[in-house]
Design a protein around this ligand. Structure first.
Ligand code: GAR
Length: 225
């Protein structure tokens, strides 16, 4: 007998993930979206570096992959168009940037309006751009963390969906802090993606209203003492 609460396959949102690095966030997203009843499925993983560990993780999970190299395109627009072409070929509806270290430009934003999520390793709007964890550590903050936001034309400026706070401990190195933030990223990103594909997000001005499932909240606190 079929479970009336279960979503049938055609309702499952098709997600494309773009990455540049090792792909631990991708791994967390794969784990969450392959769980029974997930409203999302990762249908393709793209990278701008042929040796990105994320590509290996995708292949191991039997997810199709592609590589788009910046140097093969005369300008950013061409690079973005190539990304759109690849994602469209896989009928992608939502895009997750998971450690993707290239700016997203108008062709991508027009192709996936308010449908691109990014994870950033800092509590935005503090410390946007590269090395958010290192910036926070060097600044001497007491509470660091990570943010999932919708992508707009700026650098890490889009509407905020979810945040996880991570305390900075006495004697923390940048590396320790980065690792604890990364673990928090693996918690908040799958939740934010699930809310997004379930149609729970509404953006008013730049504030995101979430029609949250019972018992869930869009913030997390690392329990590290
Ligand atoms: C993560 O910490 C992510 O937040 C960061 O890159 C790392 C990728 O790790 N992204 C950015 O800094 C984007 N501006 P991963 O490849 O193991 O997921």
């Amino acid at each position: 007998m079929s479970d009336p609460g279960a979503r049938s396959l055609p309702e499952v949102a098709r997600v494309g993930v773009l990455a540049s690095g090792g792909g631990t966030n991708l791994a967390a997203l794969i784990e969450a979206t392959t769980a029974q009843g997930s409203p999302a499925r990762i249908v393709v993983v793209g990278a701008d570096r042929p040796r990105a560990g994320a590509l290996q993780r995708a292949r191991a999970a039997q997810i199709p992959t592609f590589v788009v190299l910046k140097r093969d395109h005369p300008d950013r627009r061409g690079f973005d168009r190539a990304l759109v072409e690849q994602l469209r070929a896989h009928h992608v509806e939502w895009v997750c940037l998971a450690g993707f270290m290239k700016r997203i430009g108008p062709p991508m934003l027009d192709a996936f309006p308010s449908r691109i999520l990014n994870i950033h390793p800092a509590l935005l709007p503090a410390f946007p751009g590269l090395d958010g964890q290192g910036q926070a550590h060097r600044h001497g903050v007491r509470i660091a963390g990570c943010t999932v936001h919708l992508v707009d034309a700026g650098t890490d400026t889009g509407p905020i969906v979810a945040q996880g706070a991570v305390p900075v401990l006495q004697g923390d190195t940048e590396h320790n802090l980065q690792q604890r933030i990364l673990r928090m990223e693996h918690t908040i990103y799958p939740a934010a993606l699930r809310w997004a594909v379930e149609g729970r997000l509404t953006v008013e001005d730049r504030r995101v209203h979430i029609d949250l499932p019972e018992g869930e909240a869009p913030w997390w606190f690392d329990p590290t003492p």
